[in-house]
Design a protein around this ligand. Structure first.
Ligand code: HEC
Length: 122
């Protein structure tokens, strides 16, 4: 419980720092889809990425969310489209405030997430 609280606190601090603009995040608008498009799809990339790295908190019951806001679930393709700007700003490319650790996606995975989202998360 204490560990969860500490992690939630760390995550909130990261969110606040980000919101205050103290640390400049790359946004989805700043990223363009490669000219050749993307081969990444929701089924082959997006869903498994979010399941592995996000849904442990974001898709859990209220008691197991470790502070993840109830309005932010990423369990469906529609959820991803609805939240794509925020998913990008917290987790894609050089943005690393989500997940709050310790099992972070690799930089390559964050790059793939950026490419997929910038192409409209097909
Ligand atoms: C260990 C639990 C945990 C995991 C795993 C996790 N989150 Fe979060 N998430 C939180 C908590 C706690 C908050 C609220 C505090 C904050 O915003 O930093 C939050 C808030 C958010 C928000 C809403 C606030 C905003 O900035 O719009 C988004 C979006 C988000 N997380 C994206 C993600 C993504 C994408 C992943 C996976 C790559 C992820 N999170 C993985 C705990 C988690």
């Amino acid at each position: 419980m204490a560990r969860h609280a500490a992690r939630a606190l760390r995550a909130s601090v990261a969110g606040l720092v980000l919101a205050s603009g103290a640390c400049k995040a790359t946004t989805l608008d700043e990223r363009t889809c490669p000219p050749a498009g993307t081969t990444l799809t929701y089924e082959a990339f997006g869903a498994p990425f979010l399941a592995q790295h996000c849904q442990r908190c974001h898709g859990a019951a209220p008691s197991d969310r470790e502070g993840a806001p109830s309005s932010f679930d990423f369990g469906t393709h529609a959820d991803v489209h609805r939240h794509k700007d925020r998913i990008f700003v917290r987790s894609a490319a050089d943005n690393t405030t989500m997940p709050p650790g310790p099992d972070d996606p690799t930089p390559e995975e964050r790059e793939r997430l950026a490419e997929w989202l910038s192409c409209g998360a097909p």
